[in-house]
Design a protein around this ligand. Sequence first.
Ligand code: SF4
Ligand code: SF4
Length: 472
Amino acid sequence: MYDVLSKHAADFIHDGEILDTLDYAAANKSNRPLIESLIDRAREGKGLSHREAAVLLDCDQDDLNEQIYALASEIKHKLYGNRIVMFAPLYLSNYCVNGCVYCPYHYKNKTIARKKLTQEEIAREVIALQDMGHKRLALEAGEDPVNNPIDYILESINTIYGIKHKNGAIRRVNVNIAATTVENYRRLAEAGIGTYILFQETYNQANYEALHPTGPKHDYAYHTEAMDRAMDGGIDDVGIGVLFGLNLYRYDFVGLLMHAEHLEAAKGVGPHTISVPRICPADDIDPANFSNAISDDIFAKIVAVIRIAVPYTGMIVSTRESQKSRERVLKLGVSQISGGSSTSVGGYVEREREEDNSAQFEVSDTRTLDEILGWLLELGYIPSFCTACYREGRTGDRFMALVKSGQIANCCQPNSLMTLKEYLEDYAAPETKAKGEQVIADEMRHVPNEKVRRIAEERLVKIAAGERDFRF
Ligand code: SF4
Ligand code: SF4
């Protein structure tokens, strides 16, 4: 039976409830009064249930779909302003014992180069990332208890936080590793990680088991209940996501929202972020073999309706998406993007070596971080390297309370400007610097709170004079 509070995956991601929801959405896809009432209610910014969101996703009325897109943009702008948080992935090891059929790291793939970084190599990667201007990383590693045990991950986090190169520092390490025990999550929390990220891939159990035929990841319940264990282990911020294209997108869309509802109901706080990757080419992987791959239009609709349904959850797209696709979804709800990414193990130091095919997927947006920043500025966004909430202990329910009350915006906008200023001083190309300085000057005029503006102005002067680390 469907039970949002249950600790069992089969109850909170209840197959029957998802199928009923899909029937309900299909039956109401042209129901104009219902859709109009949902749009009106969603405008209050309090979100929608998975059933209601499924109706908007299925809506087949062109004019109402335009209203859905407009509302997504409105909510995005109201809650997130024009800032976009930047991050980069850091691949530690591509050894993996699992058999995921959509990922080139699956253990049977003999054509991929297997690598695991030493602590010295991690230090070099981190310096290369700091030299680009990154402050926030997402650690990635395959599941392999022999090659990538939890002690290796913890040692790597410690190494990363310890590197201070010129004015650089990694201020938030998010971690994307396999589902693990409460005890291991407790150790990750104690190591000071930011968000624990784990994608469900698909919420359809039968499909999930077929796509993960071997290895510990085959266990659907253990994987689906991982976020509950992570929170029991003291990790406040968790990031969920599915790999769109593995299964029927409507099913996974509903499952994703039910997962968010479960965490909110059972743990008191929903997911910190939702990621929306789509299946893409890689060594040994051809997206044409996945018949559920989704179009750009459906992808945009998914992003828009997630924004409406869970307004307070950050949304992430990676460099899997092209520049064009990213530009479209930034308007509709995405609040974090990666930039200048390498998806190879050791790829920041040795980018040029083509024969080292250790990448997890092909990067579609191959621009440098500086090019991406220039582009964002041109589009009217403020690229932000802010990590202040994590550094000030504003995580989990404390963070959500501030976001829901709207108070967080007082911090986000000036902090994004301060961290952009740091970037411009330390790493920007002259053209990006000129654009960025102009944006900062314009935006400072619009900081609504007089006291905040004065503090920000003082800090801008100090940053220009070389001072760093104001706990942004
Ligand atoms: Fe391993 Fe993760 Fe790739 Fe699966 S998706 S093969 S668990 S690295
Ligand atoms: Fe993110 Fe908090 Fe910084 Fe705002 S103040 S940009 S929510 S870290």
